[in-house]
Design a protein around this ligand. Sequence first.
Ligand SMILES: [Zn+2]
Length: 147
Amino acid sequence: MSEDNQEPLEEEADIVFDCPHCGKSLEIDARGAGMAIVCPDCNNSVQVPIPEESNIVAISSGPAPSLEGALAQIHSLTVSAAASQAKIERLVESLEEIRDRRAYLEKLRIENMARFDRVAGEMTVIQSAIDRIVSILQDAKAEKTAE
Ligand SMILES: [Zn+2]
């Protein structure tokens, strides 16, 4: 190697992360990425995270994320969520109206069915009365003929 640094730059050579068990800040040589180590503080087994440098580079070389843009996006999402909420409330209202109307029509239908049953019953009574009248008339006619 042409560069013979005695100490590599810390930021590039070491992986600094917190122990997920005890929160102790650990510093591991970059070559230990992905390896399981034992935390010196709590003795738990810890996997050294693999730094995703390519991703970090990609993000930092892309357009700088704008906080204002993110806030505007959140605001517009909030506005459309509120509009959706209002629309849902209107739909729920009309759904309730439809439900009320349906209940009313159902009530009418039941009333009509009851009325129809009553009419059918009356028709039966009328029919048997007619039958009786007819047979009385036939009897009378038969008696008259027999005389
Ligand atoms: Zn630990």
